[in-house]
Design a protein around this ligand. Sequence first.
Ligand code: ADP
Ligand code: MG
Length: 489
Amino acid sequence: MRQAMFTKILEADLKLFTNQSSSALSNTVVYEVQNGSIMLVNSILSLTRNGLTLLALTGYLLYLNWKLTLIVTVMFPSVAWVMRVLTKRLHKITKASQSATDSLAYVVEENVLAHRDIRLYAAQNSQAERFSHLSDSLRHLAMKSTVAGAAMTPMTQMLAAIALSAVISVALVQSASSGTSVGGFVAFVSAMLMIIAPIRQLSEVSSPITRGLVALERGLDLIESTASETEGSFSKQRACGDIEFSQVTVSYSPESAPALKDLSLSIKSGETVALVGASGSGKTTLVNLLCRFVDNSAGHVLLDGQNIKDWSLQSLRAQLAFVSQHVVMLNDSVAANVALGMPIDAEKIKHCLKAANLTRFVDELPQGINTVVGHNATQLSGGQRQRLAIARALYKDAPILILDEATSALDTESERTVQDALEQLIKNRTTLVIAHRLSTVHHADRIVVMDTGRIIETGSHTELIQRNGQYARLYKIGLHDGTLESATI
Ligand SMILES: Nc1ncnc2c1ncn2[C@@H]1O[C@H](COP(=O)(O)OP(=O)(O)O)[C@@H](O)[C@H]1O
Ligand SMILES: [Mg+2]
């Protein structure tokens, strides 16, 4: 089940990660299901042992005196009723505890992520308060759950005691009239007293069973109710790289304005297109659309004349190398990070690292390209991480390259050296470049200026300057500042 859940996470629709935090998902996969199955296994063991004892003793009682035994069966509906009520309550409390545990884990997740900001802005007190509030409500739920679970035992015991006294009274009356032997009476009462222990243990089992089932339910929910990414079956070894966006609209939520509105753009194979525009204008959304990280609600996107929704995801994504705004590295060696998903070829890796201007950095590492970079490579500087991501894109050697502010964390000098690598990379490939610095988009075949999800201008650098529109205005601001390199939008 754990493996099925992890497989699901690997192929789930990306909405899953907006709806659930990483702590909630790891809770489900790592902790809940393990816990749930332990509870269920223990319960089944106890259920078998005590169930068999109960059955044997009931048989013996029936053999001794079936009329009296029938009185005992009267208590079964009452026990069943008590169990039902308490189990329902326990189910509700367990569900609530799960979400309280998730909220608590989420606070820990956030505080680990933002540990520096919390210290710097002295937010410890408010965070401690937030945690203790949630922790209290979890403790409260745990108390309720213990009470509900524990209530089962005295209530069934009480019912058993009532049944027992009824039996003894009736037996006394019976023996007075029909003369039951003393031995028979003692045997019957001993068997009845012996039956109480398994009944008690059986009633104790219902609480872990409920908790275990709720935990497993959560795992099954993840496996069965999470949508997988949809895909087609078209595949191609290597795409030519003709891209066509035709009247696409993308909305992240029905309430907010669409991130892309009726946008049309066609990019020829081998062309380099730069996207510029204010932040929030939809540049990242446009390139995410091509990778199918978001889906368009209207219009269509074609790659090599084929709707990307008809492409198999594996084949589509094999055509794309993406250096994104937010670089994520795995806690693995430099080589494994560069070759991510592909076989490691040390020579090729060294070549890519050299092109990304990282040779000196890697040579200084204790184990060279086999050095493990740590959790999300946080020991590396922003620029080094970004160059590592560029090396990863170089290694993939895909026909379409997407650079989403790929050099934003680099200083001017290393940007210039990486620029050479990028220029090599751009050759013979369809490239989409998003850049803050206008100097880096200068050489693109075509510049597309975007604003609030639409294209407002397109043309080459010279054409756009001549047109004297938005691009020219932004460009002039850059010139006024004296340094074109720092002209940012
Ligand atoms: N995951 C998301 N969920 C909801 N809204 C989003 C998401 N990503 C981006 N947006 C919204 O879509 C718009 C375009 O964002 P984006 O494409 O990231 O812009 P850019 O890359 O040009 O800065 C913004 O208004 C942003 O708030
Ligand atoms: Mg962006």
